[in-house]
Write a protein that binds this ligand. Structure first.
Ligand SMILES: Cc1cc2nc3c(=O)[nH]c(=O)nc-3n(C[C@H](O)[C@H](O)[C@H](O)COP(=O)(O)O)c2cc1C
Length: 416
């Protein structure tokens, strides 16, 4: 009977354990988590979402306060176009985040950065170029482009000396999205090094509509593999993600030809995960009915989360002067519109509720948007419950090894 560890992911001339821990912003997939994956021979992701806020917290920089001080005169203005990121500081923060991680790397695995292209940051092209360039400068092993493929992303860094050395991957949920990306980047003669196919059961933003339940990861993976073979690029590893909960689930995909698998949910309840411990308990406690896919993210993508996330219904004042990561090229975010609409229709209210959108920057920064994978309700099967009803957190190494060595869908509990 095969185990995941019987397979290897080939990326260029490197052989890796075929287990990738997916990026989880904002700082949910921490450096510590990614470093464990690399130490154990697999691939870990840090995230480049809201990096200046992450470096402020970790390295005591003052980027957020500085930006807020500069732009607070604009707080009551619905037009946020003036609120621009300082590109020098953005580069500095990204380099700090990446280089600290890379310097601590041990073992034979790799560390990639998950780059959410949908974070327009009020100047999408320039800020994305800075984020990609700074991560490459700071020695990142690879970049996974996700959420809203700006089809021209690779071209932004084609002159970088590491353009052909850094591993590039993209996350898609259909062969159509992949086809568009490949057509757009054809002139660069730079194919992606791997393709993550994310299905409807994943955490975070989904590449599906509210009809997500009609889609099946296995079928999309087969379609993407077929598309690659038809175009004579069947050698590019395809990496399924979304709902792969046991080592046996993983082996089934590997036996069907996957290059590796990407997982995240099972690592949300590890010590190394960036969520606060009380939030990890919420993930453990959740039942199937406590999870929903909704449309409150201003990105326009549906997002899966726990129904008791404080972000849902929260009517806080938009915080774009401090954050502003979701502002598009015109200084616009759907939450700002929704908030102003509610304020106008409840002029005397001290506190308002906004139900249709949320201030995602603020709530992700404060770990109040509890995005999660579909199988979060099974996390309680993966550990022991204490007498007081709380659940024991796991080590990332324990979960990683459980994926590698388990058979027959068994899940190894931590030592008593
Ligand atoms: C808490 C959480 C946050 C996530 N955030 C991101 C993100 O910022 N960017 C991204 O591309 N994917 C994100 N994802 C998706 C994961 O990287 C991964 O592809 C997916 O969740 C794998 O499925 P699984 O969670 O069922 O194992 C997130 C997933 C979770 C659980």
């Amino acid at each position: 009977m095969k185990r995941l560890d019987d397979f290897r992911l080939k990326l260029g001339n490197q052989e890796l354990v075929p287990l990738m821990i997916g990026g989880m912003g904002v700082d949910i997939s921490t450096s510590a988590l990614a470093l464990e994956a690399a130490r154990l021979g697999g691939v870990g992701h840090i995230s480049d979402a809201m990096v200046p806020t992450v470096t402020d917290r970790r390295f005591k920089t003052g980027y957020v306060k500085e930006k807020l001080d500069k732009y607070k005169f604009n707080r009551d203005n619905a037009d946020k176009s003036v609120v621009q990121f300082d590109l020098g500081q953005l580069a500095e923060a990204t380099r700090m985040h990446v280089s600290h991680t890379m310097e601590a790397k041990r073992g034979d695995g790799l560390i990639f950065i998950n780059c959410m292209e949908k974070l327009g940051m009020n100047n999408p092209k320039a800020t994305l170029r800075v984020r990609l360039t700074a991560a490459m400068d700071a020695g990142i092993d690879g970049i996974t482009l996700s959420a809203g493929l700006h089809l021209g992303s690779l071209a932004l860094v084609e002159d970088h000396p590491r353009f052909r050395d850094v591993k590039f991957g993209i996350i898609v949920s259909s062969p159509r999205a992949l086809n568009l990306f490949l057509r757009k980047s054809a002139s660069l003669r730079r194919l992606p090094d791997f393709i993550v196919v994310e299905g409807p059961l994943a955490g975070g933003h989904l590449g599906f509509g509210l009809d997500w339940a009609n889609y099946d990861l296995r079928q999309i993976v087969a379609e993407v593999a077929h598309f690659l073979r038809e175009n004579d690029i069947g050698h590019i590893p395809v990496i399924p993600a979304g709902g792969i909960f046991t080592g046996t689930d993983a082996v089934e995909f590997m036996e069907e030809g996957a290059g590796a698998i990407q997982v995240a949910t099972r690592f949300t309840v590890t010590h190394e995960c960036g969520l606060p411990d009380d939030v990890k308990q919420e993930y453990f406690k959740a039942g199937e009915d406590d999870i929903e896919v909704n449309t409150i993210s201003p990105t326009g993508y549906p997002m899966r989360m726990l129904k008791n996330s404080p972000a849902i219904g929260s009517g806080i004042r938009p915080n774009c002067e401090a954050y502003g990561y979701l502002l598009d090229s015109k200084g616009h975010c759907d939450y700002v519109d929704a908030y102003n609409r509610e304020v106008e229709s409840h002029p005397d209210a001290k506190k308002i509720k906004v139900l249709d959108k949320t201030c995602l920057c603020t709530h992700m920064r404060k770990f109040q948007c509890w995005t999660c994978g579909h199988y979060t309700y099974r996390l309680k099967e993966t550990t022991r419950q204490r007498l007081d009803g709380s659940y024991e957190l796991l080590s990332a190494e324990h979960v990683f090894n459980d994926y590698l060595y388990s058979t027959e869908h068994r899940i190894l509990l931590p030592a008593a």
